[in-house]
Design a protein around this ligand. Sequence first.
Ligand SMILES: CC(C)(COP(=O)(O)OP(=O)(O)OC[C@H]1O[C@@H](n2cnc3c(N)ncnc32)[C@H](O)[C@@H]1OP(=O)(O)O)[C@@H](O)C(=O)NCCC(=O)NCCS
Length: 144
Amino acid sequence: MQIRTFIPNDIPAVASIVREALRENYPTSLYLDIHKWWREGFLIADLDGRPVGFLAAVVSAEAQARVLMFAVAAGFRDRGIGTQLMNTFLATCANRGMHRVELEVRRSNLGGIKFYQRYGFDIGFVLPSFYTDGEDGYKMFKTM
Ligand SMILES: CC(C)(COP(=O)(O)OP(=O)(O)OC[C@H]1O[C@@H](n2cnc3c(N)ncnc32)[C@H](O)[C@@H]1OP(=O)(O)O)[C@@H](O)C(=O)NCCC(=O)NCCS
């Protein structure tokens, strides 16, 4: 398993993880935009040439990163891939002199919330009806 930066060839695999794990459908252009905005902030977990997880982030303010998407394919969870993606991402943020990382998570996603809390993210506030299906989100922050 290797953590590397995203390349455009990864789009079909990433889009399939997004549909299954995040229940969202985004246009190809979104992935290309994120890649253009901050190359080191778009990470792929590559298992023998196959993307099995990814983390996509942007620079959202001065010294602040925002995680837009983070998921590991269902058959590949609970073996440390998410941990490796998050550790690599937080090291990238530290190298870039980021002071804060923000993200959103579904209120019902107790596993995701617990995962983020383990990395020092705290719940900031509720985002009412944040998701396309109407579910509330939590905004979470980590100060570095
Ligand atoms: C959140 C998510 C990205 C975590 O990815 P993951 O690869 O399963 O993460 P890890 O394997 O590193 O950690 C998950 C669990 O496995 C355990 N684990 C870590 N390394 C392990 C290993 N080598 N062997 C066995 N278990 C391990 C961790 O302790 C953790 O335990 P927990 O159940 O108490 O949380 C993944 O669950 C996912 O895609 N969920 C759906 C989408 C989602 O919720 N995204 C985030 C919110 S938007």
